[in-house]
Design a protein around this ligand. Sequence first.
Ligand SMILES: NC(=O)c1ccc[n+]([C@@H]2O[C@H](COP(=O)([O-])OP(=O)(O)OC[C@H]3O[C@@H](n4cnc5c(N)ncnc54)[C@H](OP(=O)(O)O)[C@@H]3O)[C@@H](O)[C@H]2O)c1
Length: 347
Amino acid sequence: MDFFNSLLNFIVPPASMVMLAFSWPTLSFIHGLEWLFRSLSKENMEDKVVLITGASSAIGEQIAYEYAKKKANLVLVARRDHRLRGIRENARLLGAKTVLIMAADVVKEDECRRFVGDTISYFGHLDHLVNTASLGHTFYFDEAHDTSVFPHLMDINFWGNVYPTCVSLPYLKQSQGRIVVNASVESWMPMPRMSLYAAAKAAVISFYESLRFEVKDEVGITIATHGWIGSEMSTGQFMLEEGSEMQWKAEREAPSTGSHVEEFAKMIVAGACRGDSYVKYPSWYDTFLLYRVFSPDVLSWTFRLLFASHGTRKLSHTGTSQPLLEGPPPRKLLTAPPTAVQYQQRG
Ligand SMILES: NC(=O)c1ccc[n+]([C@@H]2O[C@H](COP(=O)([O-])OP(=O)(O)OC[C@H]3O[C@@H](n4cnc5c(N)ncnc54)[C@H](OP(=O)(O)O)[C@@H]3O)[C@@H](O)[C@H]2O)c1
């Protein structure tokens, strides 16, 4: 048996590469035709109901505006309802029919049941669930002194996807709806200062790939994987609910818009309406997957060269030399989301 597997280890990878090289043009042509067909028959979102978690900033906020332009009904979920209020106004101006906002924590199953239940009571159905809630970090694992933050990172980034999905699934089956997931290239591409975030994103992808098989054609799943596109996510945010107390890092209130964020939100919503299984930005990152499988050393050397300098460590925003939860930093004045007029001006 060992001999058999050793033989296959030797034969199958090069044979597969040769087969892939020959079939690649045909497969690309077929995918192109499929893409064209799906583009012509893409879902009309007018009057459909879209529930977006993590809608209070950056990608979630922009996704809300994209669905608003398609005249969908929106349910916006996040913990900061003061931000959701501004986003609701913008979404209405952009064309959303009805916009409900619900302050909730996606890590708490009962709160997920509440906001999904309220959505069904109000609209009677649910068509798209967009999971955007997440928590990033930028600390080196060996420099994190307070391990109590670790479960929170996993909770928000993993269970914060699973609970809303679990509660919404029966309604999405009824409507033959869709789940849109925000993962990240860090799930398979190693990056320093993102160990726990990357692990949670890898778990998210595995979960939804399995679910895709289970729900088959009843519910579509679009997995969006992207690299750094710039938002408060990537600036070392940290926010945690401690009783009624919210703590956050000053850099959390960085501008939540930017051409990449808006562009990526457009791509996600277009992909979801087209029924795409994956939305990737930038897609050339996929090339690294080949290296990961066939020559992981090359990938490892490249990343060491790119990230290994000692000076990089000084860029870490969170959890470097002090406990992560040490004393709440002064709360910054909140920046209101830009108005719909500003978005329209940007085109
Ligand atoms: N930005 C990037 O460069 C980048 C790169 C790769 C992948 N991604 C992925 O793209 C998605 C969106 O990223 P982003 O840049 O838009 O992040 P973000 O600006 O930090 O947004 C995260 C959202 O999640 C919400 N949230 C966090 N914890 C929550 C909780 N417990 N309950 C409910 N809502 C919660 C936040 O709202 P409240 O704080 O108001 O609750 C916020 O609206 C994430 O899944 C992220 O992993 C982003």
